[in-house]
Design a protein around this ligand. Structure first.
Ligand SMILES: Cc1ncc(COP(=O)(O)O)c(C=O)c1O
Length: 327
């Protein structure tokens, strides 16, 4: 069938960016599908992804042995299942099957270095606004190499956003739903246009929540403090890991509680954390310098431990890692 041109003349498009190399396969609903054949029909774009939920998962390479380790697959797929449940989706795959699918895909694609694993679930029979209750749930998983920023030495410039974090009775931050990221996106645009790197959002009560795609920790008087899970934050897997590592490896007190905005201004150290953010030290907040503006001493120590644990250099916490490939 030929395409019939119409009279509408498109505005000249900008020169396309060079396409990144694609992996050989993605995983879709139980199969490894060649990358170039994994199409969906254009008419399903839009509404089908309104309820979509996703995960960001990583596999890290141990630079000493060359082995590659999947990081907290079980925790991520448990949260993926929770997000699907909260969207009233009916997935055909269990968290364990999806974790195995991720291993199969990583091995088939042959990425040996640091690699992102990105699962996405969406309502594949939806083409317009509907409750979506009758729709099938489709799941894809893709893999992509990434460059780790751990121990980059960089501290970011942050601000408190004028955008309010979505609340549990609006679009719950507990659900890793694509639509929630419109809130984060607006905050990020505002921050960047005002000369900052990242925003920190408050909730409707004016308490600190999180960044666009990362949770937040503050250090005050040697205690690590992070907003409680009922403050309006994602139930971050990195946050939970760092609470444990802070207690067990650094011997610190860790509090999960409400945080006031002005506590950020008098904090000794601040950092974001998350799968994408890893650990991202904060050098200033609303033009208040945090510590000496660089990486705080406890942040630096915790980052070293986190780095060693995710890469399997530190032998402990073995149940957080899954061996993807031996060197
Ligand atoms: C909104 C939001 N908060 C926090 C995080 C951190 O969560 P996790 O540590 O599970 O990656 C993320 C994702 O990385 C996120 O998108």
């Amino acid at each position: 069938m030929t395409v019939i041109p119409t009279a509408a003349a498109p505005i000249a498009p900008p020169a396309p960016a060079p396409a990144p190399a694609s992996p050989a396969y993605l995983w879709r609903n139980g199969d490894l599908v060649p990358w170039g054949e994994a199409n969906v029909h254009a008419s399903t774009l839009g509404w089908s992804t309104m309820a979509a939920v996703f995960e960001g998962i990583k596999a890290y390479r141990n630079p000493l042995t060359g082995d590659q380790w999947g990081w907290q697959f079980a925790e991520h797929y448990a949260r993926f299942a929770q997000s699907m449940r909260l969207q009233r989706m009916r997935p055909e795959f269990t968290p364990a099957q999806l974790a195995q699918a991720s291993l199969d895909l990583l091995r088939a694609n042959g990425h040996a270095g640091d690699t992102y694993v990105r699962p996405l679930a969406w309502l594949s029979d939806v083409s317009w606004f509907t409750d979506g209750l009758d729709s099938r749930t489709s799941i894809v998983i893709i893999t992509e190499p990434f460059r780790s920023h751990l121990q980059s030495g960089r501290a970011v410039k942050t601000c408190v956003s004028s955008w309010i974090r979505v609340g549990d009775n609006q679009l719950s931050p507990r659900v890793k739903c694509i639509s929630n990221y419109q809130n984060s996106r607006l905050a990020l645009i505002e921050a960047k246009q005002n000369g900052f790197d990242q925003p920190i959002l408050l909730n409707l009560e004016g308490k600190v929540t999180e960044g666009p795609a990362a949770c937040l920790f503050m250090v005050r008087d040697g205690t690590m403090v992070t907003p409680s899970l009922t403050s309006g934050v994602l139930e971050s897997i990195t946050r939970t890991a760092l609470i444990r590592l802070g207690r067990e490896e650094l011997g610190l007190q860790v509090q999960e509680r409400e945080i006031d905005r002005t506590e950020l201004y008098v904090a000794d150290e601040l950092f974001f954390c998350g799968t994408g953010a890893e650990m991202m030290p904060i050098g200033s907040i609303d033009h208040f310098t945090v510590g000496d503006g660089g990486i705080g001493p406890l942040t630096r120590r915790l980052e070293q431990v986190f780095h060693d644990v995710v890469r399997g250099i530190h032998p402990g916490y073995a149940d957080w890692r899954t061996l993807v490939r031996k060197a």
